[in-house]
Design a protein around this ligand. Structure first.
Ligand code: PLP
Length: 386
């Protein structure tokens, strides 16, 4: 028997329609940025999410960058940011010479803790210096607690960008992820629930933000027959070819969510009763898109720690990943202010993202479950050496 095929965490999953639309775009000769596929992709995202306007961009990071720029973030400004996230959320703040202030997670949702956010803003008001904006992340496809967060931010006049890079298709109290705050962003990076290979979207109910995003992302050309520029622009628009792939993917979003939910349920049904294994909590206020199944391992109870489980899977050519390393622990953001941090740190030390891709077979998932179970027992039976 040859070596086992690698099982990835969340590989792209194409099912035919993408190819058709891609070839249509190719044959139409609209292969650069802008074009009918881009327009249609934006319209379809709006229809799916109920958000008024959308600008298709080259990445979720580009969308965050433009969002902060449009909110007037300048060098030296402070910007609130979820601590437990991928670096892109905080990098966008740094691109503008601004300074992130990290807020810890709530253990009940793993998303930003509204109580800590409130304390931080109260402290800022006392010092007489409020942050300029907030980036609130929807972690692993689950919305943050927006009723509370938006209410807190509004009371300080703080505009919010919802970083829904991982959460397309999730809901909060019946409303779509991306709809909260002044703007929302999505990512269509290769590992996301839908992908354009690389891409992103800025969405807003305010048409002015989206108009500006389209202008800034196409080199900020003034309306003149020659090339004239009164603003610094960016080359951040999505290509028409990639938008075609995105449309094919988006058409299957609901079935992708359903499949990922099924995968999560099988993990829960088989691992949920094992002492020491818990799952990222599902908040009552919404429905996640189930992008990744994430477990939390208590080594004392389970008999093995997160790293031992990861290595046991890796030995069988199966990819799993520790939960995002919190931003306050990242060398590049050392010295940035933080509020709390212990919850995110604990989740990082014990959390493991499991293979959750749409193409994961039941057979492979059963293998993964078996390896996890055995990892616990093996280490649990190890003699204690003093
Ligand atoms: C929370 C979060 N924000 C932002 C991004 C950036 O998106 P992109 O990779 O499309 O730039 C990602 C993922 O890549 C992410 O997970």
């Amino acid at each position: 028997m040859g070596p086992l095929k690698r099982i990835f965490l969340s590989p792209p999953h194409l099912d035919g329609r993408e190819r058709e639309l891609l070839l249509q775009a190719f044959d139409s000769n609209w292969i650069t940025t802008l074009g009918p596929q881009v327009d249609a992709f934006e319209a379809e995202i709006c229809a799916m999410t109920g958000i008024g306007h959308a600008a298709a961009l080259s990445s979720g990071t580009a969308a965050l960058h433009l969002g902060l720029l449009m909110l007037g973030v300048r060098p030296g400004d402070e910007v609130i940011c979820s601590d437990l996230t991928f670096a892109a959320s905080a990098n966008a703040i740094a691109y503008l010479g601004a300074i992130p202030v990290f807020i810890d997670s709530d253990a009940a949702t793993w998303n930003m803790d509204p109580a800590l956010l409130s304390k931080e803003l109260e402290g800022c008001r006392k010092k007489g210096r409020l942050p300029k904006a907030a980036i609130i992340v929807d972690l692993y496809g689950q919305c943050a607690d927006f009723a509370r967060i938006i209410q807190i931010c509004s009371s300080y006049g703080l505009p919010v960008i919802e970083d829904a890079a991982e959460a397309l298709g999730a809901t909060y109290n019946g409303k779509a992820a991306g709809k909260f705050g002044a703007m929302g962003i999505f990512s269509f990076n290769g590992n996301k629930i839908i992908t354009t290979s690389g891409g992103g979207m800025l969405v807003s109910d305010d048409p002015e933000y989206v108009r500006q995003a389209k202008f800034l992302s196409t080199q900020a050309r003034d309306p003149a027959p020659h090339y004239q520029h009164s603003h610094i622009g960016y080359n951040y628009r999505l290509s028409n070819l990639l938008a075609a792939v995105g449309r094919g993917q988006l058409a299957r979003l609901l079935s992708k969510i359903a499949r990922r939910k099924q995968i999560k349920e099988l993990y829960k049904n088989t691992l949920g009763d094992i002492p020491g294994i818990e799952f990222m909590p599902d908040a009552e206020y919404g429905e996640p898109n189930h992008w990744l199944t994430v477990i939390h391992i208590d080594p004392e109870l389970f008999g093995a720690d997160r790293e031992a489980v990861r290595l046991a899977l890796e030995a069988e050519n199966i990819e799993s990943r520790p939960v995002w390393k919190p931003m306050h622990m990242q060398p590049v953001f050392r010295g940035c202010r933080k509020r709390g941090g212990e919850v995110a740190e604990e989740i990082f030390n014990r959390g493991l993202c499991l293979p959750s891709g749409n193409s994961l077979s039941n057979y492979d998932q059963e293998r993964i479950i078996g390896i996890i179970k055995r990892a616990g027992r093996q280490l649990g039976q190890r003699p204690i050496i003093h």
